[in-house]
Design a protein around this ligand. Structure first.
Ligand code: HEC
Length: 116
């Protein structure tokens, strides 16, 4: 019993094909920085007193602070624009001293709400 040289590569070729087929999906998932689940917890703790942070309309929200859903849906919102916003002082929004890591998580969470 001698295995033919043609047999071994077949499952391998299938695996490579699968990876190639899934690559765009992985690439898409990885364009978001940080961990959206951690970001959601941070948002609920720090931001929910003023912003509507969840996609569901629940609870009262402060004046002038837009729901994260509408911030996420705006095409001009990018990881850079979000980070720039909370790294510069804003009249009505307090400086929350968000670290780079926390910022990544919050960005990941906010942009994960986007419905496009
Ligand atoms: C004390 C209330 C308050 C808290 C807490 C707060 N915000 Fe805000 N936020 C505001 C207000 C008011 C504005 C609108 C101010 C402005 O446009 O200058 C705003 C604006 C923003 C914007 C810009 C929206 C836009 O139109 O571009 C972002 C992004 C944002 N907040 C993110 C956050 C995040 C993330 C947190 C939590 C880490 C947070 N905010 C916590 C009050 C708050």
């Amino acid at each position: 019993m001698r295995s033919s040289p043609q047999q071994a590569p077949l499952p391998l070729r299938f695996l490579v094909g699968l990876c190639v087929a899934l690559a765009p999906w992985f690439a898409n998932v990885q364009t978001l920085p940080g961990n959206p689940l951690v970001g959601r917890q941070l948002a609920e703790r720090w931001c929910a007193s003023c912003h509507l942070v969840s996609p569901l309309p629940v609870g009262p929200v402060g004046d002038g602070a837009k729901p994260f859903q509408s911030i996420a849906d705006r095409p001009s919102t990018t990881p850079l624009s979000l980070r720039a916003f909370w790294q510069t002082p804003h009249g009505q929004m307090p400086d929350l001293h968000i670290s780079r890591r926390e910022g990544d998580d919050l960005i990941g969470f906010i942009l994960s709400l986007r419905r496009l």
